[in-house]
Design a protein around this ligand. Structure first.
Ligand code: TXA
Ligand code: MG
Length: 334
């Protein structure tokens, strides 16, 4: 019986308790440098199913495996395509996820029947400590209800999933604030491709690879490659309940009352929207700072009853700006 949403969840830093819950097949929220994850024992199919249930996520959308060392990763995957170790050494622990050919011990439930498993080593001291104490890896999608904005603070998780889970490991606000970059190797071209823009930028990857990884395009999907898609590429995703637009055009300006308009700007304020309805993500123009505040700002306005329309101009199309634009476009998708 669930009376109020946040009734049963405990928020704290008790690693022993979290480890015990995970061992019992429970799911718990964990902090990472990108966003909070909803974690369960990757080797326990019941726990994995519970993750899908709690998030209300369709089981065709696979989960990322989280572990604490490259040595561990080697137990879970069959081989490393060229440059895997170079990239891992440079960016792990950190916001980079590889799609790698899975070993048998990784269940089809985790990968949604895919032959590749998504793996990463998150960069958060509490979670790394937790992972190194466990004798199983954790699968963890972002700890938000399916399609909603990803949580970057423990209280975001409590607000939305508090009635469905027992514990939130509180690691403070997420430093990066957007999800990990996902890379998959294309055997045909012998190059890595971007399945999701995220916390590691294209520029950073290019420095290691010597080429700029191309985007994996959905249009390449035919029935036989369908299993390789990252459903994070869904057109509408990461989205608030309120309408999101890039510009306040004259039509919108007359159709919404002024008090109902909110603005999330990168550096500059909007000349027309009420001062009190504006959040500027980084007055000094730092995309890293902007990324760490972005989801929180969307939530902030989404939860205000008076707000009906959130205006968010596109970010500069460079560095973390690309990942931000990607989330923004999906948030604005009809
Ligand atoms: O930063 C992150 O990656 C966060 C934190 C918690 O680690 N996790 C996260 O998980 O964003 P999730 O489930 O919200 O997004 C993972 C994306 C999904 O779009 C999923 O479809 C894709 O990764 N994915 C996972 N496993 C895959 C696989 N085997 N093949 C293709 N895509 C996969
Ligand atoms: Mg997600």
């Amino acid at each position: 019986m669930e009376s109020s949403k946040a009734s049963i969840v405990e928020i704290g830093t008790d690693l022993e308790k979290v480890a015990e819950l995970l061992l019992q097949g429970e799911v718990v929220a964990i902090p990472t440098e990108t966003v909070y994850g909803l974690a369960g024992n990757a080797f326990d199919n019941k726990a994995v199913s519970k993750i899908f249930e709690v998030k209300n996520r369709p089981t065709f959308n696979p989960l990322i495996l989280h572990t604490y060392s490259l040595e561990q990763v080697k137990h879970f995957v069959k081989e490393f395509p060229p440059f895997t170790e170079e990239l891992a050494n440079k960016f792990w622990p950190g916001p980079l996820t590889f799609l790698l050919p899975k070993q048998e011990l990784i269940s089809d439930l985790v990968t949604a029947g895919n032959e590749r498993v998504a793996v990463r080593i998150p960069n958060h001291p509490l979670t790394l400590e937790l992972l190194s104490r466990l004798d199983f890896p954790l699968v963890a999608p972002s700890a938000n209800p399916y399609m909603y904005i990803s949580p970057t603070k423990a209280e975001h998780v409590a607000k939305q999933l508090g009635g469905k889970i027992k514990y939130i490991l509180d690691g403070g606000p997420c430093q990066v604030g957007v999800e990990s970059t996902i890379l998959g190797f294309n055997e045909e071209t012998q190059q890595w491709e971007l399945y999701r823009e995220g916390g590691i930028t294209s520029e950073e990857l290019t420095q290691v690879l010597g080429y700029q990884p191309r985007k994996f395009f959905k249009k390449k999907l035919s029935t036989e490659t369908k299993g390789n898609a990252a459903p994070g590429m869904l057109k509408k995703h990461y989205s608030p309940h309120k309408k999101v637009v890039f510009h306040l055009d004259p039509f919108l300006k007359v159709s919404f009352p002024k008090e109902s308009l909110a603005f999330i700007g990168f550096q500059q304020r909007h000349p027309y929207i009420l001062e009190s309805n504006q959040v500027i993500l980084s007055p000094k123009g730092d995309l890293v700072e902007a990324a760490s505040n972005f989801f929180d700002a969307m939530r902030y306005f989404d939860q205000q009853e008076k707000i009906q329309l959130i205006v968010i101009p596109k970010f500069p199309d460079t560095g973390l700006g690309r990942a931000l634009n990607d989330r923004l476009i999906r948030a604005a998708a009809e």
